[in-house]
Design a protein around this ligand. Structure first.
Ligand SMILES: [Fe+2]
Ligand SMILES: [Fe+2]
Length: 237
């Protein structure tokens, strides 16, 4: 059976026997998630357990760290089924995202990052939930409730921090430092990779549309809900 752009692919075997462009595009997404979920868990989520201010916060931070490591495990398992060499799913071969180049030192930083970074991940996973490659779609469906929980975790603890005297200024400082780092997350406008993802139905939206959606959701939280400000829009190239 030949695979045309837009048709569903139900198994890894089918993908491996299908068009090279489709397979390579799926590989890129799987590798990127496998690398970045692991790297992010190491530099943000696991250290956050030590920074958490109470047993309750530590417990939930452990859950977040466990789930981020779990996302790596799921994506690398799928990568293995797609016969991707394990070393291609490591930072030796693939540079982690620039959003992780932040020296995490405080609980406030972690909670704000869970809003700013994981909201972007929710938007990415939303696109994969309708992916034509069914194993990736299933993986996205399992991952989505956990990514939404990470954003909610960030919102709940940040709201607690905002009740303290220095809270609003502390949160604003992290937003000012971290939000501009999210600019690169959605990729360049008119990206060739994104065009191929949409051609095969792996993703539904352009990088620009996702960045705009992200900017709107973040504005809703930071400006409308928290009464703080945003340093600049990530939707403006
Ligand atoms: Fe994740
Ligand atoms: Fe997450």
């Amino acid at each position: 059976m030949s695979i045309a752009p837009g048709s569903e692919v139900h198994t890894c075997e089918e993908l491996l026997a299908g068009p090279e462009e489709f397979r390579i595009a799926v590989e890129k997404i799987v590798i990127s998630h496998a690398v970045n979920e692991y790297y992010g868990a190491q530099v943000f989520d696991e250290p956050a357990v030590a920074l958490a201010p109470s047993p309750y916060a530590k417990w939930l931070a452990c859950r977040v760290a466990m789930e981020e490591y779990g996302h790596h495990v799921r994506f690398s398992d799928l990568g293995e089924e797609l016969q991707i060499a394990p070393e291609r799913m490591t930072t030796q071969h693939k540079q982690p995202l620039s959003i992780f180049a932040f020296d995490l030192n405080s609980w406030t930083e972690f909670c704000v990052i869970k809003i700013l970074a994981d909201m972007a991940e929710v938007i990415q996973v939303e696109d994969l939930i309708r992916c034509t490659f069914v194993p990736l779609r299933k993986l996205a469906r399992m991952t989505m409730p956990e990514e939404k929980f990470h954003v909610q975790f960030g919102l709940d603890f940040t709201e607690e921090i905002l009740q303290t005297e220095s809270g609003p200024q502390d949160v604003q400082n992290v937003v000012n430092r971290y939000y501009p780092m999210m600019r690169k997350f959605f990729g360049r406008p008119n990206s060739e990779n994104n065009r191929i993802y949409r051609k095969w139905g792996i993703k539904q939206r352009t990088n620009e549309a996702m960045a705009e959606d992200y900017a709107n959701r973040i504005e809703e939280v930071i400006v409308n809900r928290f009464g703080l400000s945003l340093p600049e829009s990530v939707a403006t190239p």
